[in-house]
Design a protein around this ligand. Structure first.
Ligand code: LER
Ligand code: MN
Length: 267
């Protein structure tokens, strides 16, 4: 298992300095924000060069597409799919493992059509109807789509890993996987370790944050049992920090990195 960090968490005046700090702490990958890559395409080359020069990989792309797949308006869904496909192409260039995909934030945007179908039933079908097109692109680019369940205060739609497994099993592609976020899991899963084991081979990426969404080691989440479960399912990809970093940032990132490494070394 490799430990990574989102770019935005790293101190440093520019990209080179941020990557250098990450490398010195021991991080093996950096997750970048998709919006910046779409808006400033020159960034793609910059990331490539710096990552090669410093010797640290870009692990993944975090969202960044316009709109969502589960919007009520057709044009908005089309824009979302277009951006997702562009980001998968960028992911291929950056050789990341995948693009994080949240189908919808907040409450349903489609109408409740009961007694025909309620909003949730419509959303599920809407997602299934759009997945083949973007999964095909994911297969072509070898950049996986990583479905991310979020806690109930951020989305009503995918909250637990088992809900994301349903899409992975039905589509059954090595490029439609799940990203498991310890912060959301600590709110929504009855038992994080058990849920990880049940989702098993579908988990391809992990976000790390403690119970209070600051650095691991600064809250009360039991990382040891979660990491053991990841080991049991033979998870070998990145676990990337996505959390608040109290000052002094460099020292606290190092402390948290060592906290996680110690757990990994003893399990
Ligand atoms: C949002 O809370 C989150 O966890 C992100 O990874 C989604 O883009
Ligand atoms: Mn996350």
């Amino acid at each position: 298992m490799k430990i990574g960090c989102q770019e935005g968490l790293l101190p440093g005046r520019d990209l080179s300095e941020k990557f250098e700090i990450a490398r010195k702490i021991g991080f093996e990958g950096i997750e970048v924000w998709g919006r910046g890559l779409l808006e400033v395409p020159e960034k793609i080359d910059e990331y490539k060069k710096i990552s090669e020069k410093i010797g640290i990989k870009i692990s993944s792309i975090c969202a960044g597409y316009r709109n969502f797949l589960l919007e009520a308006e057709k044009e908005n869904r089309t824009k979302a799919r277009e951006d997702i496909k562009k980001l998968l192409e960028i992911g291929k260039e950056l050789e990341v493992i995948g693009l994080i995909l949240v189908p919808i934030f907040g409450s349903p945007k489609v109408p409740d059509l009961t007694p025909y179908k309620n909003a949730y039933e419509l959303e599920k079908e809407l997602l299934f109807s759009q997945l083949p097109e973007i999964v095909e692109k994911a297969e072509e680019t070898k950049c996986a789509l990583l479905l991310e369940p979020l806690n109930r205060y951020e989305t009503h739609f995918l909250n637990r890993l088992e809900q994301a497994v349903e899409y992975c099993e039905k589509i059954n592609s090595p490029y439609l996987k799940i990203m498991a976020d310890f912060f959301h899991m600590s709110i929504e899963e009855a038992d994080i370790a058990e849920s990880i084991e049940r989702a098993g081979k579908w988990i391809a990426h992990v976000h790390l944050a403690d119970s209070n969404r600051i650095l691991p080691g600064m809250g009360h989440t039991d990382f040891e049992s979660g990491f053991k479960a990841l080991k049991k399912i033979n998870f070998e990809n990145y676990m990337v920090l996505e959390c608040g970093v109290p000052e002094p940032r460099k020292e606290n990132l190092r402390k948290s990195f060592n906290f996680m490494k110690n757990i990994l070394n003893k399990i």
